[in-house]
Each structure stands twice: as structure tokens, then as C-alpha cells.
Design a protein around this ligand. Structure first.
Ligand code: ATP
Length: 229
């Protein structure tokens, strides 16, 4: 469904991503792991259209490079950036609903997606009326997940969601990911993380990045690791 082929990204003349190629199939949960600076965030930003990209990025047969960044969520792609980027003067629910407003979804579709986000993460309902500026950093990660779920009917990109989360919130987040997989198994998920062990519990595949390139790509199911065909 998503395919990157020979993707190169340079920023200010410095090569950040080098020859990245991988394919994400429907229903996959891919852990994109690697040390700080390996290129994980830049890979997600490239899928969202926020980088100058050489190479090919296709999504469900469509050339994504020709799709403007603000139109990509409308294709069913949700993105929760590491730094959350919430509008602090809006309530939590207003932040969550924003992608639906931007995409011009009907009230019934908006309500359907909001209810799905609340089913995945019931904790959001309690936070909904609060100003987004008043929630903790960890709760803000939940809000960013809820907002990404409003767009993610096909693909969900999560940038280091567990980074800095207190254990209780990390468990809440992990439970939400499991619930999402039960409620909407058709959605593919790509999660970045610097600690690979944390994600091997959810992921069926682990792609390891080193210095802007892919170092390994392994399927991890029932403890067996193999290289994808
Ligand atoms: P982290 O866990 O630290 O976020 P990462 O694997 O997500 O690491 P990236 O954020 O993709 O890595 O960064 C890859 C490299 O590109 C790093 O060396 C980073 O400093 C550099 N880089 C990323 N964005 C920019 C930018 N806008 N300008 C300059 N350098 C950048």
C-alpha cells in the first residue's frame, strides 16, 4: 500500500536519507528503529510531504510526491509528530477534530471517526473539554494520537510516541494501539522508536535505520525473525 523506492533527502546540502526503499503492506505494524539522528523522523516527514524528496513514494498506487502535504491526510494518512504540535488555546476535542474540519468531512463521518478515536483511547473523553495548553506532555501525546486517528483510515504514522512517557501513560498508549488493531485491523501503522525492544511487542516487522540508510528489515512473528521477500 505504501512504497518508498530509492528515496534520498538532503537538507541544506547534507544527505539525511540515503537510498531508502521499503514497502508497507495493509495491516502491518512496522517499528522503525535506530539511534538518535538515524533518519526515522525524516522518513515519516517524507511520507507526509514535508521534505524535498528524490526517488519515489507511492501510496495505494498513487504518486504521493505529486500530492500536496495538506492533501495527504485526506488520503487516509494520520501523523502524530514527536513534538505533538497542539493548538494550546483550543480545547482537546477541538484539536482532535481539526483534521476533519480541514478535510471537510461531513458531520456524521466526523462523529464516527471521533467515536472511534474515543473507543481506542477512552481517556481522551475525560480530557476533551480541557484547553490543550493545560494537559501534560504525556497527555498531549494521547491527544496527538487522537487527532492522527481522525485521518488514519489507511495508515498511521507515530513518531516516538513512547519517548518520555511515564510508565502508566506508556501502558495506556500501548493498550490503545492494541485496541486500534482489534477495531480497525486494516490500518497499517509505522512507529518510530530508539529502543527496538519496546516495539517488538506490537510490531510484526522491524526496520532498523543507521545514518540515514536502512540497515535491516526483519519480520518478527511469534519470535521468528526473517527477512521480507
Ligand atoms: P531522533 O530520534 O533524534 O529524532 P531520528 O532518527 O528521527 O532521530 P532525524 O530527526 O530524521 O533522526 O534526523 C536525521 C539527521 O538529519 C540528524 O542528523 C538531524 O540532525 C538531521 N536533520 C533533520 N532535520 C534537519 C533540518 N531541518 N536541518 C538540518 N539537519 C536536519
Amino acid at each position: 500500500m505504501l512504497e518508498l523506492q530509492s528515496v534520498h533527502v538532503s537538507i541544506s546540502g547534507i544527505s539525511i536519507l540515503r537510498d531508502i526503499s521499503f514497502r508497507a503492506g495493509q495491516s502491518e505494524t512496522i517499528a522503525l528503529v535506530g539511534h538518535n539522528g538515524a533518519g526515522k523522523t525524516t522518513t515519516l516527514r517524507t511520507i507526509m510531504g514535508f521534505t524535498q524528496t528524490r526517488g519515489s513514494v507511492t501510496f495505494e498506487g498513487r504518486d504521493l510526491i505529486k500530492v500536496a502535504p495538506h492533501d495527504r491526510p485526506g488520503l487516509g494518512i494520520g501523523y502524530a509528530p514527536e513534538d505533538r504540535r497542539l493548538f494550546s488555546g483550543f480545547t482537546v476535542e477541538e484539536n482532535i477534530l481539526l483534521p476533519a474540519r480541514i478535510a471537510g468531512l461531513s458531520p456524521s463521518e466526523t462523529a464516527k471517526r471521533r467515536d472511534r478515536a474515543y473507543s481506542v483511547l477512552p481517556e481522551l473523553k475525560t480530557l476533551a473539554p480541557r484547553p490543550a495548553g493545560s494537559v501534560s506532555g504525556g497527555q498531549g501525546k494521547m491527544v496527538a494520537l487522537g487527532r492522527a486517528l481522525m485521518s488514519a483510515t489507511r495508515l498511521l504514522l507515530l513518531d516516538e510516541p513512547f519517548q518520555g512517557l511515564a510508565p502508566v501513560l506508556a501502558n495506556t498508549y500501548a493498550a490503545a494501539l492494541r485496541r486500534l488493531h482489534e477495531l480497525a485491523p486494516e490500518i497499517s501503522v509505522i512507529i518510530t522508536e530508539s529502543n527496538p525492544e519496546l516495539l517488538e511487542r506490537f510490531a510484526n516487522r522491524v526496520i532498523t535505520m543507521e545514518r540515514g540508510a536502512i540497515a535491516s528489515d526483519r519480520i518478527v512473528q511469534q519470535g521468528a525473525a526473517q527477512t521480507p521477500a
